[in-house]
Design a protein. Structure first.
Length: 496
């Protein structure tokens, strides 16, 4: 009985993940308590961070919620952090959780409108370079006033819609959306080119959220946190960041054009003629069969989109509550009353919401074990004129492997204490705050770890469909990382 049970447990553990991956996770779980006892919590904490990054990198082998969750549970059990510390991290980031729960579901109810709008955009703009630039610029513009996760959810919904359209039409009108990965009926070359086309647009859009998110007080969660500590209003925040954010925005958009023109780093794929014909035929067919009820439904979605933008821009409530409003309005006026039909809207976001809570457990370990404290102390001991550049670099490097909201929280708290104690002047405090904000927003595009929008894209339904793995995302983000980081560092050291 026992001999039969053990192989069965090994087979069931992490399901269809490769055997080597299963053995690696088991090795992590066995090794961590031994390291905690032998070398102490500080070094073990850094090893845990590296292990968690590994689970993210292997997201296409196994959804990181499971192995990452096992690592987080073990960290709690051996005392690297506490349930109370985890609860505090989750509570501090509860607006982000609300956003994921309701805003992403709200975008799902507007997918018909989004598909119609972006179909016209993609089919109307023939130049791929111009199309990539538009995606990047529009994402940047929206992210300056809306949340980056909301903008990313829109981009993902559009990409999923396009992939589904091409698959269904190429599959002789099959309506089976659960079999999107079947390639038997698709021409391999066209499919691969279409995947590359969607990958490039997704990455341009994701980088655009970082370019716009750094500019304004509401662009990213850490911006608001830094502004509250520094007592900056909306206009003051924008003006203080402009010497860094505007050159970086210009350089980022120029990089987008260059990548599309040269085809470097996996960009430049165009929409092939057969695929374009599929999408054009679909667009015409949909327009021809659209009757008054369908037109009314699109009108309701458009009205909800206007209310969404106004609500977010004016900050009438938490972002998640505005998303819930969109769900209620669109579902009510478009006749979506079945519980299971409504439930489909939450399938995309809730696994990622759970993963984010696991991520906060790792952040709690970083916080409890003071993994970043030596770096902060070393930077504050440097000459005052060197501190902004070093803060930018230190924040950028740490944000590549950890949550940029957490990094910004730790750093702004440290320099606020230095200001209150008289160790630095108000002017120096503001210079360092600008460096912290830009440092956590810009170089963090290097990996999906740094920005929630990138992690959301990596673990979304579209990532495996277009073969957007962790490694490929890092490679495609590399030119942007170098440009955004390099121009940002130059601007901080020159004009701040």
């Amino acid at each position: 009985m026992t001999t039969a049970l053990l192989p069965a447990l090994a087979h069931n553990f992490l399901g269809q993940a490769p055997s080597w991956y299963k053995r690696t996770i088991v090795a992590f779980l066995v090794l961590n308590p031994l390291l905690f006892w032998l070398v102490g919590p500080y070094l073990t904490g850094w090893i845990l961070v590296i292990e968690f990054i590994f689970t993210l990198a292997m997201a296409l082998k196994c959804y990181p919620l499971l192995p990452g969750g096992l690592l987080a549970i073990e960290a709690l059990m051996i005392g690297m952090t506490t349930p109370d510390a985890l609860y505090r991290e989750v509570l501090a980031n509860f607006p982000v959780i609300l956003l994921l729960m309701f805003m992403v579901a709200g975008i799902y109810f507007m997918k018909d409108l989004l598909l119609v709008t972006f179909t016209r955009l993609i089919l109307g703009v023939r130049s791929k370079s111009l199309l990539g630039l538009l995606f990047c610029f529009v994402a940047a513009l929206l992210s300056a006033f809306l949340d980056a996760l909301t903008v990313t959810a829109v981009i993902i919904s559009v990409a999923v819609g396009f992939y589904g359209v091409y698959h269904k039409v190429a599959s002789s009108g099959s309506q089976d959306e659960t079999n999107l990965e079947s390639e038997d009926v698709l021409h391999r070359a066209h499919l691969e080119q279409f995947r590359a086309f969607l990958r490039s647009l997704l990455m341009h859009g994701a980088v655009g959220t970082a370019l716009g998110g750094v500019c304004t007080l509401v662009g990213e969660p850490q911006n608001l946190l830094i502004a509250r500590v520094a007592d900056w209003d909306f206009v003051e925040f924008f003006l203080l960041m402009a010497p860094v954010s505007m050159p970086v925005l210009t350089a980022g958009l120029m990089t987008c054009l260059l990548l599309e023109k040269t085809g470097w780093f996996g960009y430049g794929a165009k929409l092939s003629r057969p695929v374009r014909r599929v999408l054009e035929d679909f667009s015409r067919a949909e327009q021809a069969k659209r009757r008054m009820p369908q037109k009314a439904a699109l009108g309701i979605q458009a009205l909800a989109a206007v209310l969404l933008v106004l609500g977010l821009a004016l900050h009438v409530a938490e972002v998640g509550f505005i998303g819930l409003m969109v769900i209620i309005l669109v579902a009510s006026f478009n006749g979506i009353t079945d519980e299971h039909q409504i439930g489909k809207a939450f399938q995309e976001a809730l696994p990622f919401t759970a993963l984010l809570v696991v991520f906060f457990a790792i952040v709690a370990v970083i916080h409890e074990q003071h993994l970043f404290s030596p770096i902060i102390r070393a930077v504050l001991e440097l000459p005052a004129e060197s501190q902004p550049s070093m803060f930018f670099l230190a924040n950028g490097l740490l944000s590549m492997i950890s949550d940029n909201v957490f990094v910004a929280t730790v750093y702004i708290s440290e320099i606020k204490q230095s200001l209150d104690s008289g160790a630095i002047s108000r002017e120096q405090f503001e210079r360092l705050a600008v460096a912290i904000n830009t440092g956590t927003n810009l170089p963090s595009v290097a990996t999906p770890n740094g920005q929630a929008a990138f992690l959301f894209l990596l673990t979304s339904a579209i990532a495996p469909l277009v073969r957007l793995s962790y490694g490929r995302m890092v490679v495609m983000a590399l030119p942007y990382t170098l440009v955004l980081g390099g121009v940002g560092l130059f601007a901080v050291s020159t004009w701040i």
